[in-house]
Design a protein around this ligand. Structure first.
Ligand SMILES: [Fe+2]
Length: 340
């Protein structure tokens, strides 16, 4: 085939595998439509400078990597494995998209759906008390971050905050879920009008929350397959721990302590991640939590022991083996409890 005849196929191939380029969405309303609760200049800078910077920096961070064809959910879900640039800017882009979606001037707002209202009343007694909880999460978030209303993998609602541009989809978040309402508590969201008075900004922002859009997000979140993935991902923390446990414990059984001595920090880190990841609802009970706490403590002890200088390596190895055996027993206790 002549070279020029290949060109359409090459073009088609390039089109199909086209790199993902994130773009800054338009704000749904004019900058001054959010007055008097958020001033026009803040909206303009927040959208045109801050959000735009997250988009540009995200595109730069993923350019030329396999992440160009990775979904946003995947970028977020495995944030702990990604660079700070990807974690911060993917979070920044996702979080601001959500924020612009749920803000509207009074006249353009739609009412809350029966389904969301019922869920809120069942869990929080009233929309007012939910707002107080979210305000509390927002005002107690030290430094920059977000306060969230989230649909959990169990299909319940939850309120909490995350730091910086993290969000509940990320594996770095202690609690996971799909956010349906988020309040930006970075100073760039309110400083021009409210200066350091975050409480006053929070008082104002509720006037702009479009409960109709939050309700739409609730309806799609409860059936979103991402919830199952988040549940499974949390469970993967156990598998993740198991891998390092197996790769350090089994060689130790054969008197090879090198893997344990060099990877005790990793073992401890995996134990922390495992303890902090919420287990799937079906196995989330006090016995499992208690065993995970003991496992973390045991791995810390092992790590400290591994780090400790010793003139008698044989005696140290003996102690290490005793402690790793205990950790291994606790791990199998966790597995046993989980399969009950
Ligand atoms: Fe922001």
């Amino acid at each position: 085939m002549k070279k020029h005849l290949l060109l359409p196929f090459v073009a088609l191939y390039s089109f199909l595998s086209i790199a993902q380029v994130y773009t800054l969405p338009n704000l749904p309303f004019a900058f001054d439509a959010y007055e008097p609760y958020v001033d026009a200049q803040t909206m303009e800078i927040h959208h045109g400078k801050h959000h735009a910077a997250y988009v540009n920096n995200l595109n730069k961070a993923i350019a030329g990597t396999s992440m160009e064809t990775t979904s946003m959910n995947n970028l977020l879900m495995y944030a702990s494995f990604r660079s700070a640039a990807v974690r911060n800017n993917a979070g920044g882009h996702y979080n601001h998209n959500l924020f612009w979606d749920i803000l509207a001037p009074k006249a353009a707002q739609k009412p809350i759906s029966d389904a969301l209202q019922t869920a809120i009343i069942n869990q929080f007694k009233s929309v007012d008390s939910l707002q107080k909880l979210i305000n509390n999460a927002a005002s107690t978030r030290f430094g920059s971050g977000w306060a969230w209303l989230v649909v959990t993998p169990e299909g319940k609602l939850a309120v909490y905050s995350t730091a910086n541009q993290d969000n509940p989809i990320m594996d770095v978040s202690k609690e996971r879920g799909i956010p349906i309402l988020g309040i930006d508590v970075w100073e760039h969201a309110y400083y021009l009008k409210y200066q350091n008075k975050r409480g006053d900004y929070l008082g104002g922002i509720w006037n702009l929350i479009n409960w109709g859009v939050v309700s739409d997000k609730y309806a799609s979140a409860v059936t979103d397959p991402l919830l199952k993935e988040l549940e499974k991902d949390n469970w993967l923390a156990l598998k993740d721990f198991h891998k390092v446990m197996a790769q350090t414990f089994h060689p130790a059984e054969e008197n090879n302590f090198e893997p344990l001595l060099t990877r005790s920090g990793e073992l401890y880190a995996k134990a922390i991640l495992l303890k902090n990841a919420t287990p799937p609802a079906s196995v989330n009970n006090p016995k499992v939590q208690d065993a995970l706490n003991r496992l973390e403590k045991q791995c810390l002890l092992i790590h400290q022991l591994a780090q400790k200088p010793s003139k008698n390596q044989a005696a140290k190895n003996e102690q290490l083996f005793e402690q790793i055996t205990k950790a291994h027993d606790i791990f199998h206790e966790v597995e046993g409890l989980c399969h009950d």
